[in-house]
Design a protein around this ligand. Structure first.
Ligand SMILES: Cc1ncc(COP(=O)(O)O)c(C=O)c1O
Length: 411
């Protein structure tokens, strides 16, 4: 008799998730570019708080005030008792910031993307970059439209798919603005041309670029000087905004439609007051402190250059996401462990987050990282990479600041 519980993780995944030295779901206290792991302080190089606002005293104070005023939760959906004046203030501010008519905030960025589903109707066609975030793929699955996946940033492939699609179908291209693993930007100028040529709408998930890119932090469209190229934005507050929550911004009639039809916005409790207030305070800082963007880009480019000089393949993206390409998942896990032994927490990215054979160590830099953090990250990669024979140079003995960890190793 088949049983829906007859499922289990692969032996490799079990080893990775069960051990004391596991890269995933590790309990740690994270703050300002560092983390406490089992009593040992490590450099945090995997957190998407790019501007370092999650620990900013102004953001914390605003959040604490809202907590005091409104309590911990609205305990209801936006439609019922979950809309505070704060939610509407944040929506108004974000719409203005992104140059859109209106915005709706959701409880997470994932839900902001799922909120796109009602736009993907029967007979419509959604063209999606292969490297888009899982939540965009899930939004397409929740809708009724046909899905066409084009190779990552391959404009020729996209054009071919657009050209051969039913001319009578409503079309939409969905793309991450700044891709979350490779750290590269979408090719917005070409996407905009293709969208206009084929009568397609263009939706950009600005999860990683809103707050980070462009002189005023308004994202990829500002970066490329194309304020009118994007028809609809989605975004998150869990990265540059040091909070949690999501947003969809665009034409007023479409936002009004989504407000009453998007299941991920209706059938769920609204963004908690403290998170809304934190996002509002973060937006003030995003607008007034461009030096944070300059700092984090400078750090990332310096680190990428130094890692490249050591012999690592870090790509050419030049953004605060620095991927260190490894390939095989087991090797990636071993490198992750060695780097962690050296006192640096990184993100191991493996299938299904990336295609099999394209595992990588993903680094994300923060404006609050110090120069000392940067050299500790570099030293950790040098020591670990040499020990595993990934880069040239004499293998040094492990440093004495190894985090104290117990349990099963993935080796
Ligand atoms: C590109 C992209 N979109 C959406 C999300 C979802 O955002 P959140 O974590 O706020 O749910 C993420 C999160 O990792 C992301 O990287």
């Amino acid at each position: 008799m088949p049983d829906v519980f007859d499922k289990q993780l692969s032996p490799f995944a079990q080893a990775l998730t069960a051990g004391g030295l596991r890269p995933f779901c590790r309990p740690m206290a994270v703050r300002n570019g560092e983390a406490m792991d089992h009593g040992v302080r490590v450099v945090m190089a995997a957190c998407n708080d790019y501007l370092g606002l999650a620990g900013d005293p102004r953001v914390i104070e605003a959040s604490a005030k809202a907590l005091d005023l409104y309590g911990t939760s609205c305990s209801g959906s936006r439609l019922v008792c979950g809309t505070l004046p704060l939610h509407e203030e944040l929506e108004g501010r974000l719409a203005e910031f992104l140059g859109c008519q209106a915005a709706i905030v959701t409880t997470t960025g994932f839900q902001a993307n799922l909120a796109l589903a009602p736009l993907f109707g029967r007979g419509d066609i959604v063209f999606s970059d292969m490297a888009n975030h899982a939540s965009l793929f899930d939004a397409i699955r929740l809708g009724w439209a046909d899905r066409r996946v084009y190779r990552h940033s391959d404009m020729g492939h996209l054009e071919c798919q657009l050209a051969t699609a039913d001319v009578g179908a409503a079309k939409v291209i969905v793309t991450d603005g700044l891709f979350s693993v490779e750290g590269d930007l979408c090719r917005l100028p070409e996407l905009a041309v293709l969208a206009r040529r084929h009568g397609a709408r263009l939706v950009v998930d600005g999860a990683h670029d809103i707050g980070l890119l462009g002189a005023r932090g308004r994202g990829v469209a500002e970066h490329f000087g194309l304020p009118d190229a994007v028809d609809l934005y989605t975004g998150t507050f869990s990265k540059c905004f040091g909070s949690i929550g999501g947003v969809v911004a665009g034409p007023a009639d479409i936002i009004a439609y989504l407000r009453y039809t998007a299941r991920s916005a209706i059938f769920t409790a609204s963004m908690p007051p403290a998170a809304v207030a934190a996002a509002l305070a973060a937006l003030d800082i995003i607008e007034s402190e461009p030096e944070r963007r300059t700092r984090v880009f400078g750090l990332a480019q310096r680190l990428a250059g130094q890692l490249r000089a050591l012999g690592f393949d870090v790509g050419e993206a030049g953004t605060p996401i620095v991927p260190v390409h490894i390939g095989e998942a087991e090797l990636c896990a071993r490198l992750w462990q060695e780097i962690f032994h050296e006192g640096v927490f990184t993100q191991a990215v493996m299938a299904p987050a990336v295609p099999v054979g394209q595992a990588a160590i993903r680094l994300s830099l923060q404006a609050t990282h110090t120069d000392d953090h940067l050299s500790r990250i570099l030293d950790a990669f040098a020591a670990a990479g040499r020990r595993l024979g990934l880069i040239p140079g004499p293998a040094a003995a492990p440093t004495p600041r190894r985090p104290r960890v117990t349990g099963v190793s993935v080796r």
